[in-house]
Design a protein around this ligand. Structure first.
Ligand SMILES: [Zn+2]
Length: 164
């Protein structure tokens, strides 16, 4: 008898004499993983099998129309996760569009220092002609001059007034 190491859990096991090529132990987690990977491999390589799987899941959805709605209702975390994943996909797409857009200015040569990405900017985007949720802000030189001085003058003037 010879022993082998499971390629998932790395435990030593004895292959079945009926399956001398066995590379996964008989543990239920490892077997589940093996079946799942086999299925994905077959779907990727066999168009006919892929069609059968698609048809059967379409039939299943038709027979169980309430399943996903109930699942979403019973688990708000799923809904939130889907929403976040969709947001990330949208942002990636927009970045890709921006990168592919020839009319976009050359980012490498701009003085941009701040990039804001996020859902909170939807509001801003809606109030402007921009259709993206991405804002590139160029740095401005720090404000100096008459405005600052007049502020200080005014404040010291107030202080003087409150003291006096
Ligand atoms: Zn295993």
């Amino acid at each position: 008898m010879f022993e082998r190491r499971c390629r998932y859990c790395e435990q030593v096991f004895q292959p079945s004499k009926f399956q001398p090529g066995q590379s996964v132990c008989s543990g239920s987690d490892c077997q589940r993983r093996r079946r799942s990977e086999n299925r994905h491999r077959k779907i990727a390589s066999d168009p006919e099998y892929r069609q059968v799987c698609q048809d059967s899941s379409r039939k299943w959805r038709a027979r169980n129309p309430e399943y996903w709605r109930r699942r979403r209702e019973s688990n708000p975390a799923i809904v939130e996760r889907n929403r976040q994943q969709q947001r990330v996909r949208d942002q990636k797409r927009r970045l890709r569009d921006l990168a592919n857009n020839n009319s976009a200015f050359d980012l490498t040569h701009s003085a941009a220092q701040v990039w804001l990405l996020g859902a909170g900017l939807e509001h801003l985007a809606n109030n402007n002609s921009a259709r993206a949720q991405i804002w590139v802000l160029e740095a401005l030189p720090p404000r100096r001059g008459p405005q600052m001085e007049s502020c200080q003058q005014q404040r010291s003037g107030l202080d003087a007034a409150s003291v006096g």
